[in-house]
Design a protein around this ligand. Structure first.
Ligand code: BGC
Length: 784
């Protein structure tokens, strides 16, 4: 045990402030004199991305081999907390056996719009299921002694301008939609760390945000762990200390530290804030030291877990009865079956210890790779695919989103598939009505051919065992039991926030009407509803009973094979006087039932199941529908609960607006009635700040144009990633480097570029050339 208070008392102010900035990309600073080593961290949520041998780069694609589990888009669709626990525990063991203590995950941001490039890393559009799955993952991971860092806190729901954009969200949506997944996970599973996100929330960066990090997270939810910045997210270190942001990652030289020390010396900043952060980092070190070197990874066992994550999250979207099928009689057509799309790109990218592609798992049937991985196809290839399909009893076609469509740091342009991919499916389906489509990709897709094919199995991003899972699911060795955790809409325009998504300062105008909360309340037709997923067997729901806050029902497997059903409990207030969604998920239970078997499911509701945020949680008095369903649109049983409570009302000025009528899309004037919209104008030349990015300044400044060209030219050299516009890792690196705020450039440069140099560049971009040059070549402001 460390004597933490004694260490704090012996450290100088400068040492303490320095201790709160990382040593390098993945480690905290040691304090050898006091027996304190480094805490080593690593991504990520779907498997370990560990940069071996002191590699201090992000090394996106070159990490140590590790088990690649199904990404959150898939494992989330399992609705299976036991499996999430197992996945978390396996990742925890792999981390510890590599000497890593803190795993940077899980990510539990809300899928606000289907186009977010990082949706595949998140669980759902619904906060309740996101929180429960995140908590299960954290419990599993931390059961090994490894430590979780839940991310990205908070309201970080798009990639465009991810490092300096502002999420403008009303108080109610913040509390009801964007915070509860974190809240549940923090209260239920006590993650060791929380990662403060890059974005601003209502004008204030998450890393400076006292309301978020202290008032809500620590004082409100009782979080007693360490808050870590996302990599390069620190905006203002002084404000960060006051807010309760403890650890500034990654390294970053001494940038910002001097200002903090000066502020303490001048009496502008209470040293207590710094002591608090030092204390919390030392406690993190203590926890991490306790389980160092505890495990050796058994990759075979973990491969089995990876297989489970893929199988239990696969969603059967359509089946006219053709599935399960005899795979020996099928033809396999698709794109690059040699390398099944199995994971997403960015910081969660894993270097899998092994990879079972669809073709590896189903090797002995006729096979034709019709498209390339981008969906390019020729007339000749389409003809050949159709011929092969016509001569086979059935045809299995693999299609989906190319890697370059979705990744960390950029969003999807729309939800469509490449034209060639659609043409391939259409050609095969026209040649053989017994066509089964296996869909791969991290999120919602427009499916113009859905009515023409016999079956669709959505695998998401299934990880290294994906091919094996496909084989076992299609053949019926495993019965599909996944259910969508995100609504599949027909087209982009159906999303309530299609017009506001992807702007720098993004107005969350839809408030609480996110995902199915909007589609259900506004009665919008959707392709596949939230919670939807078929099975090879059938389930009967009966005997709903309500006793106080406990709801029970009987579920029976009435079909021909064993299977699992996820029973979902939705709440909806009858004739509410305070606007709210007609259905909200407040419980779920996944039950495994043998053929003919029945079981009771039990749900316990609490105050929060019925509450709305109205300057605090309140239960509106009234009658509540309690709905048990197989999806949000397939409610099988219903009962009522009568509740006493308060009488909040929709304020007069909101009457007749979108929030009450749900007609059309919410307008800015309507949103302004819900929340203040910060007056954030795009800075022009002369006003650029350390928050501005090279991309934002390059058209107005010769020096930034030069910087832009230089960055583009050097990205490949610096990162070691080959220049290829179709490689998401390359695109991510270029986007991140060019759209990185100047303050973050200094942090990432970790002492190699001085603050004074960047400030000089900024002066020049603002039109003060001589002043800028003087600063760039003048006295160093950084002490490193
Ligand atoms: C990502 C985080 C990740 C970190 C370290 C950031 O750019 O947003 O999710 O954990 O990098 O790789």
């Amino acid at each position: 045990m460390l004597n933490i208070e004694e260490i704090i008392s012996k450290l100088s102010l400068e040492e303490k402030v320095s201790f709160c900035t990382g040593a390098d990309m993945w480690n905290t600073k040691p304090l050898e004199k006091y027996g304190v080593g480094s805490v080593t961290m690593s991504d990520g949520p779907h498997g370990l991305r560990f940069q071996k041998g002191g590699d201090t780069t992000t090394g996106i694609n070159d990490s140590a081999p590790a088990t690649c589990f199904a990404a959150a888009v898939t494992s989330g669709a399992s609705w299976d907390e036991n499996m999430m626990f197992e996945k978390g525990a396996a990742i925890g063991k792999e981390a510890l056996s590599e000497g890593v203590s803190v795993v940077l995950g899980p990510g539990c941001n809300i899928k606000r719009n289907p186009r977010c490039g990082r949706n595949f890393e998140y669980f759902s559009e619904d906060p309740y299921i996101s929180g429960r799955l995140a908590a299960a993952f954290i419990k599993g991971l931390q059961s090994t002694g490894a430590l979780a860092c839940i991310k990205h806190f908070a309201a970080n729901n798009q990639e465009y301008k991810r490092m300096n954009g502002d999420s403008i969200v009303d108080e109610r949506a913040l509390y009801e939609i964007y915070l509860p997944a974190f809240e549940y996970a923090v209260k239920e599973a006590s993650p060791a760390c929380v990662m403060a996100s890059y974005n601003k929330i209502n004008g204030i960066h998450a890393t400076d945000n006292k309301k978020l990090l202290s008032d809500i997270l620590r004082d409100g939810w009782g979080f007693d762990g360490t808050v870590i910045t996302d990599w390069g997210a620190m905006n203002d270190l002084k404000k960060g200390f006051i807010a309760g942001c403890d650890l500034n990652m990654p390294g970053g030289g001494t940038y910002m530290q001097k200002a903090v020390c000066d502020a303490v010396k001048k009496g502008e900043l209470d040293e207590k804030h710094i002591d608090d952060s030092v204390r919390r980092i030392l406690k993190l070190y203590e926890k991490s030291a306790a389980s160092k070197g505890k495990f050796k990874t058994d990759y075979d066992t973990h491969h089995e877990t990876a297989l489970k994550t893929a199988e239990s999250g696969a969603v059967l979207l359509k089946n006219n009865g053709i599935l399960p099928l005899d795979l020996s009689e099928t033809a396999l057509i698709g794109y690059k079956h040699e390398k099944t799309r199995h994971q997403g790109a960015g910081s969660s990218h894993i270097n899998p210890v092994k990879l079972i592609n669809i073709r590896d798992a189903i090797p002995s049937v006729p096979y034709f790779a019709c498209c390339d991985e981008h969906g390019n196809v020729t007339e000749h290839a389409l003809k050949k695919a159709a011929e092969l399909a016509a001569h086979s009893k059935t045809a299995v076609v693999a299609a989906g989103l190319p890697e370059i469509y979705e990744a960390e740091s950029f969003d999807r342009a729309d939800i469509s598939l490449p034209d060639g991919m659609n043409r391939m499916v259409e050609a095969v389906a026209a040649a053989n009505p017994n066509t089964v489509v296996v869909l791969l990709g991290g999120g919602v897709m427009e499916l113009p051919w859905a009515d023409k094919v016999a079956a669709i199995l959505y695998m998401g991003l299934p990880g290294q065992a994906g091919g094996e899972a496909v084989k076992r699911l299609l053949s019926g060795e495993v019965n599909p039991s996944g259910k969508l955790t995100e609504t599949w809409i027909y087209k982009n325009e159906d999303a309530v926030n299609n017009d506001t998504f992807g702007q720098k300062n993004v107005e969350y105008r839809e408030s609480v009407f996110v995902g199915y909360r909007y589609y259900e309340s506004a009665d919008i037709p959707v392709r596949y509803p939230f919670g939807f997923g078929l099975s090879y067997t059938a389930f009967e729901y009966s005997d709903i009973k309500v006793d106080g806050r406990t709801v029970t029902a009987i579920i029976k497997n009435t079909g021909d094979c064993d299977g699992a059903e996820t029973v979902q409990l939705y709440i909806g207030q009858k004739d509410p006087r305070f606007f709210r969604p007609v259905k909200e998920l407040k419980g779920f239970a996944k039950v495994f039932l043998k053929r003919g078997e029945k079981k009771e499911v039990v749900f316990t509701l609490n105050d929060r199941s019925f509450s709305v945020w109205n300057n605090g949680w309140v239960i509106p008095r009234g009658t509540y529908r309690v709905m048990l369903g197989s999806s949000v649109r397939d409610i099988r049983l219903e009962a009522e609960i009568e509740l006493e409570g308060e009488d909040p009302e929709t304020p007069d000025e909101l009457k007749g607006t979108f929030y009450e009528t749900l007609k059309g899309k919410p307008k800015r004037e309507e949103f302004e009635l819900l929340t203040e919209i910060p007056d954030e104008k795009e800075p022009v030349k002369g006003e650029y700040t350390m928050d501005s990015t090279c991309l934002e300044m390059k058209d107005k400044s010769v020096i930034m144009k030069f910087q832009y060209a230089l960055t583009k030219a050097l990205t490949s050299k610096v990162t070691g990633i080959k220049k290829d516009e179709n490689d998401p890792a390359y695109k991510m690196m270029v986007t991140s480097a060019l759209d990185c705020p100047m303050r973050s450039v200094v942090i990432h440069a970790a002492g190699r570029i001085k603050e004074s140099f960047i400030r000089g560049l900024l002066d020049m971009a603002n039109g003060h050339v001589i002043k800028g040059i003087k600063k760039m070549i003048g006295k160093k402001r950084d002490t490193e």
